[in-house]
Design a protein. Structure first.
Length: 302
């Protein structure tokens, strides 16, 4: 696969993920957040199943056995995915799609900070100004007052802690035995089952609601969870890490554009500047360390 094609697939992935915020909000008109999340991730698991089965057969062919520790790690990832997805989904129902997209991106600078706190890995010096920049950007996005943040904004911000923990953990787990699709399938199943079980206990579930919300659910499950994830896994093997970071970060821009086109949402000048600052910070914290900027020694591109 050429690098141009790989970058195009990553851009499509970001477009799908960004526009999914609209589907998440529209789906909430017909079903509860637990129901939407449960069905969405089970559909995603179904899409990924053939790839996961292929990896499982390859493992067996190599004589590699899965252990209880593997299953525990995958279950833990599914639990983090469940918490991040649910808090985000609740938040999307109580804020604008534009805000949800930009605020979700706060998990990016949070990943190295969490790695520092949990694993004692010193973060790149650029993390600190980038984190401060995202705080300032959030202040601007709220209209110049943290008091103006809605409960929905708060839920989305809370979800970023679980997204960050998930990102920090999933790399080592997926690389342990070289089974990214199998790990993805397992975490999707765990997340979907947990959300569905909670939905049965806590939300009214009707056939009419599911039918009315089916287009939004399919978009979130089939495209966002199933297809976009697969595109990301395939494409990132054929492009530079810096390119992938920038292209995938454009998800927040596509979220704002989709909100403007489909929902008529508009950001004022201060909010647009805040969103732009958040976007600039998340790109900087991912890309500049790869280029050797901000560290002593030679600056080399990946």
């Amino acid at each position: 696969m050429s690098r141009t094609l790989a970058n195009t697939l990553l851009l499509i992935t970001a477009l799908i993920w960004g526009s999914t915020f609209v589907a998440q909000q529209l789906g909430m008109h017909h079903v509860g957040p637990l129901t939407y999340t449960g069905v969405r991730f089970l559909i995603g698991a179904l899409v990924v199943s053939p790839f996961a089965w292929r990896e499982l057969r390859q493992l067996r062919a190599r004589g590699v056995a899965l252990t209880r520790r593997d299953l525990q790690a995958w279950t833990g990832l599914g639990g983090l995915l469940f918490l991040g997805a649910i808090f985000q989904q609740v938040g999307v129902g109580g804020t604008s799609v534009s805000n949800a997209g930009f605020l979700t991106a706060l998990y990016v600078p949070m990943v190295p900070l969490l790695g520092w706190l949990v694993e004692r890995r010193r973060p790149h010096p650029l993390v600190w100004p980038a984190t401060l920049g995202t705080v300032v950007g959030t202040f601007m996005l709220s209209g110049g007052s943290f008091a103006a943040l809605t409960p929905g904004d708060g839920w989305v911000i809370l979800s970023t802690f679980f997204w960050a923990a998930h990102v920090l953990w999933i790399g080592p787990v997926a690389a342990h035995k070289g089974t990214p699709m199998l790990v993805a399938w397992a975490q999707f199943v765990v997340c979907g089952v947990l959300a569905s079980a909670c939905a049965v206990l806590a939300e009214p579930i009707t056939a009419s609601g599911l039918q009315a919300g089916l287009p939004a659910i399919l978009y979130g499950g089939l495209l966002s969870v199933g297809i976009a994830f697969t595109l990301q896994v395939v494409a990132q093997r054929h492009t530079r890490a810096a390119d992938a970071a920038i292209l995938l970060s454009s998800e927040v821009v596509f979220a704002a554009l989709a909100a403007a086109v489909y929902l008529g949402e508009r950001l004022n000048a201060l909010q647009m500047a805040g969103g732009a600052l958040i976007f600039a910070c998340i790109v900087a914290v991912q890309v500049l360390p790869m280029l050797g900027i901000g560290t002593a020694g030679a600056k080399t591109a990946p």
